[in-house]
Design a protein around this ligand. Sequence first.
Ligand code: GLA
Length: 376
Amino acid sequence: MTDFESVFDTTPTGVWAAPGRVNLIGEHTDYNDGFVLPIALPHTARVTARRRTDGLLRLYSTLGDDGVVELSVAELAPERVPGWARYPAAVVWALREAGHPVGGADLHVDSDVPSGGGLSSSAALEAAVALAYHDLHELSVSRPQLALITQRAENAFVGVPCGVMDQMASLCCTEGHALHLDTRDLTQHQIPFDPAAQGMRLLVVDTRVKHDLGDGAYADLRAGCERAATLLGLPALRDLRPDGLAAALDRLPDELRPLVRHVVSENERVRLAVKLLPAGRLDALGAVLTAGHASLRDDFGTSCPETDLVVETAVAAGARGARMTGGGFGGSVIVLVDEPDTDRVSAAIAEAFHRAGYAQPHTFPALPAAGARRLR
Ligand code: GLA
């Protein structure tokens, strides 16, 4: 008997999986209508599901300790659902808000995406639920549309004002590729990304410093960027090009200048990375990553001592480059390293954390994996 069967006392219709992500470059650009370059991780949220006809949404997570959470689909409303169950509930709510009259389901949730590690564990869960619901209720909605619906779920139901990168990454990434996404119109290009072919590795170092995008700092940054765009008379900061940056900064109050500097320079780093990847210039990508970290640390203010220590130590130990990835205030760092240097760089980071009195980070290789899919 499967776990689904023992929890719900019936057989499931199918199993859907959706991955977490790391972003190679393009951080805090998505809510500025800018560019991002994420890859999907092999780690996934998995939803085993069966449709119900009585309008009930029954949820069970192997990671929660609430047993089965039972909700009425018709009565779903933002902020009424506590804990992990609000993510799947949010997606069902958002599908209905988008005009898809979906009903109930039994959903069994499991995940090996580390939570709070800046690796998009919540977007992975939302994407898996959205795809399961899409198939169970025979909808005909494109992946980018599903991403927008799950982003709305997160913004309006969960209450985190995130951009669309994580949901697009989970739903649209493909194996062996980075997703070059224009977050204004969701134009996407799959860029081959295969560090092993060039004798390199991309490592993820989860500092285990838990970040929480709901705690207000992320919302403040987003609001600051939007205020700057308004003061400059632009639809979004994406519309400010590097050659107009100096003049624009002169027109802004001191506290907004570093935010704008980061967003404009970060969009340029994505442009550069997208040229380097197909040209096989991963050697040069390293410097772009490290420059991106410096910009998050010095201008945007989203790094923390632990992520800074990983970057400094990795680069000093010979890594090609490193940067914090995701929303920040903790979470994970990506490190691009020549294959033979992998153990030495990992050991240097472990040693530096030990010396600083920090808990040991969790380090693993990031292989660009597939986006959301039905498993059976
Ligand atoms: C979080 C958000 C994304 C994006 C990143 C920063 O992961 O969910 O939308 O803004 O932070 O790039």
